[in-house]
Ligand binder design. Structure first.
Ligand code: MN
Length: 448
């Protein structure tokens, strides 16, 4: 299963917007990405200034599109994801695959249309690279997404958040060795989603992707490094994360849309490039819908599961756009007794430690409609009774308002479910009876 096959399907469903005009990889493409963000189509930039390679973006820009790529309905998504995390399955690995169609002898990263996104960015950087690495004994494999700043024709700076790849690199560094990696760009959405999943150290995210793809993921071994890449990736960079060389990385924009700080980060020496004959480059807009969804969706699954343990039913979870797909959750539940709403809030905070504000609503509220959520807060919530406030607790480093030295923050939970103790009629929204005739009339009168 490749990104290409998925794109063909999306094309059939009229979900691809072709940009035929020539555009620059510096700001112009990211400007267009931003303009068509939030529920917009896949963008295919056909003509990039000074570069024969096409750029595609916003592949994972909606939940629906991710579900389409997995062949499932939106309401199956969390169950499917949780299942794949717990039932990972080894994919097939072979020596040959479409991504090996072209092997570049001379590495030149400037030939790839890596985008420059925001005004004060330190330069261009790769945002959609999934990075595979192994431990020295080969027992642990890891796949994760990291930003990669282009430093020169054959060098990148990699942002290593202290998680799994950082651990593998630290181990290699302690043995005075560089860490070999494969950076795959232009992969099936399932691979990106698996690479963004919070599975424990030791679980290979490729196995998770393979489970999501019903055992259809196919990997190839690289030529120059001991690492794997999807056989049908568009582009693969083979490299080594240096044990000794560090540079200052950034500043770049993080998921909140604010600038992240500059840090000393390791250098990646790129020693080989392979790609499909007419490969395209995949861009992903930092802080855009795609960034938020890939980061947030797996956490929504964790919240869904955790809250499901304390209330009879969880209908929907939304790590909302305004909360950057990370800091704010709206959860619709069926409660049995008053007080269940607060338990749901506590379960949500436990499932996602970065969560800062959470709202629990009844099933008649659409968690994806901010006005409906506000209406529930306006008519069903009493701050004196229904508010949960937790002070001085560890939160997200992405929250600019948190104490920057200690990382401590305040969390707030809002139980905006209908109270059982008061008359039900006061809380239900009035409806206007509808007929087929009047619905057709609306259709006809609605301005196009
Ligand atoms: Mn991992």
């Amino acid at each position: 299963m490749s990104l290409r096959e998925f794109l063909k399907e999306a094309e059939k469903n009229k979900q691809v917007l072709h940009v035929e005009d020539e555009v620059s990889k510096v700001f112009e493409i990211s400007h267009l990405m931003k303009s068509f963000d939030n529920g917009g189509p896949i963008l295919l930039f056909e003509k990039v200034k000074g570069c024969p390679v096409k750029v595609v973006s916003n592949i994972c820009g909606t939940r629906k599109r991710i579900c389409d790529s997995l062949g499932i309905d939106v309401d199956e998504l969390y169950r499917r994801l949780l299942w794949a995390w717990r039932m990972p399955k080894k994919p097939r690995v072979s020596k040959e695959g479409p991504v090996k169609e072209v092997s570049e002898d001379k590495v030149d990263l400037t030939k790839i249309p890596v985008l420059t996104h925001f005004e004060f960015d330190a330069g261009s950087y790769i945002t959609s690279g999934v990075i595979h690495a192994k431990s020295a004994d080969g027992r642990v494999e890891n796949l994760s997404v990291h930003r990669l700043q282009v430093l020169s024709k054959n060098q990148l700076a990699i942002r290593l958040v202290p998680r799994h790849l950082y651990k593998l690199w630290s181990e290699a560094k302690a043995a005075k060795k560089d860490l070999e990696i494969a950076i795959a760009i232009g992969v099936h959405p399932a691979v990106l989603l698996a690479a963004s999943s919070p599975v424990p150290f030791g679980v290979n995210e490729y196995d998770v992707a393979n489970a999501l793809l019903n055992d259809k993921l196919h990997l190839v071994s690289c030529k120059n490094v001991d690492a794997f890449a999807p056989a049908d990736a568009e582009l693969v960079l083979e490299g080594r994360i240096s044990a000794t060389k560090e540079v200052s990385e950034g500043p770049f924009v993080d998921v909140t849309g604010n600038y992240d700080i500059q840090r000393k980060q390791p250098v990646v020496e790129v020693i080989g490039i392979m790609h499909r004959k007419d490969y395209f480059y995949e861009g992903l807009l930092p802080s855009g819908a795609e960034h938020r969804i890939l980061m947030g969706l797996p956490r929504e699954a964790l919240i869904w599961e955790s809250v499901s343990k304390v209330v009879p039913r969880v209908f929907a979870v939304n790590l909302s756009a305004g909360g950057n797909g990370w800091l704010h959750a709206v959860i619709s539940v069926e409660k049995q007794l008053d007080g269940d709403g607060k338990n749901a809030l506590l379960a949500a905070f436990a499932a996602h430690p970065s969560l800062k504000h959470a709202v629990v609503v009844d099933s008649d509220i659409d968690v994806f409609d901010a006005s409906e959520v506000e209406w529930a807060i306006a008519t069903r919530f009493q701050a004196g009774e229904d508010l949960v406030l937790i002070e001085k607790v560890r939160g997200s480093t992405l929250d600019s308002s948190a104490d920057q030295e200690t990382g401590l923050t305040s969390k707030m939970g809002i139980d905006a479910t209908k109270p059982f103790t008061k008359p039900k009629e006061k809380f239900d929204r009035a409806r206007i009876p509808s007929t087929k005739r009047v619905e057709r009339l609306v259709q006809r009168l609605r301005p196009v």
